[in-house]
Write a protein that binds this ligand. Structure first.
Ligand code: MN
Length: 193
């Protein structure tokens, strides 16, 4: 089974408050596409050929893990944004954010700090455990909470390719601006409580 790169659910210039169309062109159009192309090439004729992507991530290592996880991570990243999404969570997710982090503002601050603190290439994740408890995870390279038995909810990409064209070395500014385009209705739909 070949994996197909899903089209973006918005126009390439729709996120320009935080991510320019040029970055979308490279990041979605070249980086995400390359991970999916590599994934398809690596699984061809192997036991992974008919596995769902989530299972490949948990069962593989090396180049296959890197490309499978990066394919999944990028699809997950681009689908959480919208030019006119829900600006704050509500319901069970908001209650849990307040319980685990004190307030929504405090959570945002801790999430940005964690993203700044990832050394080198990686991701900062919000994920939940089986009891619904939330956790911020600093991840290197292609690391994904699925491998830690956690459910991923939100992710900011801190590889330099995600922000260098727009923000150069100002990773903290990039992370702060991403809140303007996160659609919390998508994140709520990923929280099964
Ligand atoms: Mn990326």
């Amino acid at each position: 089974m070949k994996f197909v790169q899903p089209p973006l659910p918005y126009a390439p210039d729709a996120l320009s408050d935080a991510i320019s169309p040029v970055t979308i062109d490279y990041h979605y159009g070249k980086h995400e596409k390359a991970y999916i192309d590599n994934l398809n090439r690596l699984i061809e004729g192997t036991k992974y050929a008919d596995m769902p992507l989530e299972r490949i991530i948990v069962e593989s290592d090396g180049a296959l893990f890197n490309n499978a996880s990066q394919a999944w991570n990028h699809i997950f990243y681009f689908f959480q944004f919208s030019p006119k999404g829900l600006k704050m969570p509500g319901g069970a997710l908001m209650e849990r954010i307040e319980k685990d982090f004190g307030s929504f503002e405090e959570f945002q601050k801790k999430f940005e700090e964690a993203g700044v603190g990832v050394f080198g290439s990686g991701w900062v994740w919000l994920a939940n455990d089986a009891d619904g408890k939330l956790e911020i995870i600093k991840a290197s390279n292609a690391e994904n909470p699925l491998c830690m038995n956690l459910n991923p909810l939100l992710v900011f990409d801190v590889w330099e390719h995600a922000y260098y064209l727009d923000y150069q070395n100002r990773r903290a500014d990039y992370l702060h601006r991403l809140w303007d385009i996160v659609d919390w209705s998508v994140i709520e739909s990923r929280y099964p409580f």
